[in-house]
Design a protein around this ligand. Structure first.
Ligand SMILES: [Zn+2]
Length: 126
């Protein structure tokens, strides 16, 4: 019966491995979720102190040094927002350039500049 015992052991071990893997996955997901909660709390602490410094309070040197990064980052964001605004504002339109002329190189018919084929001879335009 030793053979069947071995089979049973093997099956047990495989089941255990699967269960452990499932449990590990579950725990990893819980850790990730808890990590997000923790990050959120830390962010709130940060926002609390940034608001204090914004309103003129001076905190310890280390915090003030980190705050320099806040200023730098805010400035970058402001610059990029200004860039977006500049992109939204249409540039002053120069007078429409004199309509370019195009002629079919095969038959000489005047064509629309965007014409892909000649209306007269039907040849593809370069
Ligand atoms: Zn043509």
């Amino acid at each position: 019966m030793a053979f069947f015992d071995k089979i049973n052991d093997f099956a047990k071990t495989a089941t255990e491995k699967t269960n452990n893997a499932i449990e590990t996955t579950k725990l990893s997901a819980k850790i990730e979720s808890e990590q997000r909660t923790l990050n959120d709390i830390i962010r709130k602490i940060g926002e609390h102190y940034v608001a204090k410094i914004d309103s003129g309070e001076v905190l310890d040197e280390e915090v003030m040094a980190i705050y320099e990064g806040v200023i730098e980052s805010r400035n970058k964001i402001a610059e990029m927002r200004a860039e977006i605004e500049a992109l939204k504002t249409p540039k002053p339109v120069s007078e429409p350039a004199e309509q370019e002329q195009k002629f079919c190189p095969y038959c000489g018919k005047q064509l629309d500049v965007s014409a892909k084929f000649c209306l007269n001879c039907g040849k593809q335009q370069p």
